[in-house]
Design a protein around this ligand. Structure first.
Ligand code: FAD
Length: 354
């Protein structure tokens, strides 16, 4: 059987390697230039949702949720995701997405401000016109899930190597799952991938007393400001008005202070919270914010460009990519994610990039 080298032991590479082994591949190396889950995966918010705006992304997320459910409560807290709208325009957008999601069977409900207040005790809802909620969505710690998959992959015979440049290894197939470095790694073997790193940051607050046990991920639809519970504190994030392209992973203190102020207004229950710490990481952005999955050259398979939502999609993508690499029919339609779509100029925008 062919030797498959998976470059990158983040959420994506770990899932591809694990699924390759599950499907019977007996010569798989999972190599990381650094440590397992040491890249973007370590920096992620850990949101897992099915509430996307395009059918393709919703399907990927749906298949992944089942996997997270199987991992169980130790790894996946199924606390739900609520999007709130404070304008008619915002509400109409949520309504449009609700239609796409429900058509595909996602149990997403419309909620009024009273229900939002019940779902997120302590939230300011006076200006909330309505929202949508999906109780199947939730949160996880991406590093924990990834390390678990690597352990499982190792138990199935995958050769896991840290501090190893994957390109230095002999292989029949190379899977490029190098997150924000994917374009650079692919370029070394003559493959051009349109992936750019984008700096994003998260803020971790000091402990907040009395947080609901099952606090949903709460997202302001119009601003993109969102927060989740992590242990006895909150993690804050927000889409940034001015994109910070490049490899520099820097925390912008002004943004962090702005988000804390937003938290105090939106969630007075956390009025005493301060910034405990903040960190920055990189999204691996493609021009249409969808990943590039598939063979991109002789013996080179791309599994990158996840544009800020790779952790939650990693189970389904890992499975489908492994099937395709082994010559099986992928259990998911990967055709929306081919590299060729950029040559044809065909792009379909995923609007819910948080
Ligand atoms: C601030 C922030 C918040 C996020 N929030 C979410 C969220 O809520 N939900 C969600 O789904 N996603 C989120 N993401 C995105 C998510 O983190 C990524 O999509 C996902 O973790 C990507 O995983 P990966 O395996 O592709 O990349 P990475 O985790 O970056 O792993 C790539 C690995 O490749 C290795 N590598 C590089 N070059 C080589 C080489 N030559 N040989 C071998 N190994 C190599 C690196 O060392 C690295 O470990 C967030 C990201 C950030 C930065």
């Amino acid at each position: 059987m062919a030797r498959v080298v998976v470059a990158g032991a983040g959420a994506i590479g770990a899932s591809v390697a694990y699924h390759l082994a599950l499907l019977g591949a007996d010569d798989v190396v999972l190599a990381d230039a650094g440590d397992v889950a040491g890249g973007a995966t370590a920096k992620a918010m850990g949101g897992v949702r099915q509430q996307f705006s395009t059918a393709a992304e919703v399907r990927l997320a749906q298949a992944s949720i089942r996997f997270f459910e199987e991992l169980g409560a130790a790894f996946f807290q199924q606390v739900g995701y609520v999007f709130i709208a404070t304008t008619e325009v915002g509400l109409a957008e949520l309504e449009e997405r609700h239609a796409v999601q429900s058509e595909l069977g996602v149990p997403v409900e419309r909620v009024d401000s009273a229900r939002v207040a019940a779902l997120v005790p302590g939230l300011e809802t006076a200006d909330v016109l309505g929202g949508v909620y999906c109780g199947e969505d939730g949160t996880a710690i991406p590093g924990d899930v990834t390390r678990e998959l690597v352990v499982r992959a190792g138990a199935l015979g995958v050769d896991v190597r840290e501090q190893t440049d994957a390109l230095a290894l002999d292989r029949d197939v190379l899977v490029v799952a190098c997150g924000p470095s994917s374009a650079q790694v692919a370029a070394r073997i003559g493959v051009e991938l349109p992936i750019r790193p984008l700096c994003r940051q998260l803020v971790h607050t000091t402990p907040v007393a009395g947080l609901a046990e099952r606090l949903p991920m709460t997202v302001e639809s119009e601003t993109g400001f969102h927060f989740r519970r992590r242990d006895d504190a909150l993690v804050l994030a927000m889409s940034e008005a001015t994109p910070r392209w490049g490899f520099a992973e820097l925390v912008d203190d002004e943004l962090a202070a702005d988000w804390l102020a937003r938290l105090h207004l939106r969630f007075p229950a956390a009025a005493g919270a301060q910034i405990e710490t903040a960190w920055a990481g990189l999204y691996d952005m493609t021009p249409d914010a969808h990943p590039i999955v598939g063979f991109v050259g002789g013996g080179v398979y791309s599994a990158c460009g996840f544009s800020g939502h790779g952790f939650m999609q990693s189970p389904a993508v890992g499975r489908a990519a492994a099937e395709e690499i082994l010559g099986l029919t992928p259990s998911l339609d990967l055709s929306p994610y081919r590299l060729e779509r950029f040559e044809a100029g065909a792009v379909f925008p995923e609007r819910v990039v948080l």
